[in-house]
Ligand binder design. Structure first.
Ligand code: 5GP
Length: 186
């Protein structure tokens, strides 16, 4: 079982890459994060996120239940509950963590064996285009995400591997290959 951190700026396609891997590789599962933000249309509690109040989230931090957590886009709290690791171990699956840079750094420090993968966009212009075309954020939120994206892109070199999402399926296949290679090597 490997712990795989997938990081990269909002709009780069992490969600679609994860979905492709889950649909095609039953030896992978997604870590369900906790968040204080409201669910979007179609998001299911316990599947996409555990949607919790700020007080519940803060209690979980205090109780030592979070592997990592961060305030993302200067707004809501997001974190990986430690019990997701146990769930993956029980099911003997590779655990995918789709988290931000701050969280990725915490995981790298706490669990040096984690496979750290950064997903780059083909260009900054393409990232901006993808972010706008998904239509889930206001202009103000898009500007915040673009500012965060510049910081995240500057940190790509901290990761074990960098991939570029030119083609969703090709990029997702590369993630799977890296994980299987690491598994064979260990
Ligand atoms: P969204 O609100 O669009 O679902 O996610 C916003 C950002 O939060 C994304 O960049 C995503 O990677 C990050 N994120 C989601 N879950 C977690 C988590 O558990 N920990 C951290 N640190 N970031 C997360």
């Amino acid at each position: 079982m490997s712990l795989v951190v997938l990081a990269g700026p909002a709009g780069v396609g992490k969600g679609s890459i994860v979905k492709w891997i889950l649909d095609n590789h039953p030896d992978f599962m997604l870590s369900v994060s906790s968040t204080t933000r409201d669910p979007r249309a179609g998001e299911v509690d316990g599947v996409h996120y555990n949607f919790v109040s700020k007080s519940v989230f803060e209690q979980q931090i205090e109780d030592g239940q979070m592997l990592e957590w961060a305030q993302v886009h200067g707004n809501h709290l997001y974190g990986t509950p430690l019990n997701e690791l146990a769930r993956a171990e029980e099911q003997n699956k590779h655990l995918l963590l789709e988290i931000d840079l701050q969280g990725a750094r915490q995981v790298a420090e706490k669990l040096p064996g984690a496979l750290m993968i950064f997903i780059n966009p083909p260009s900054f212009e393409e990232l901006e285009r993808r972010l706008r075309s998904r239509g889930t954020e206001t202009e103000e939120q898009i500007q915040t995400r673009l500012t965060t994206a510049r910081t995240e892109l500057a940190a790509a070199g901290e990761f074990d591997y960098q991939l570029t999402n030119l083609d969703l399926e090709a990029c997702a296949r590369q993630v799977v290959e890296l994980v299987h290679e690491a598994e064979r090597g260990s």
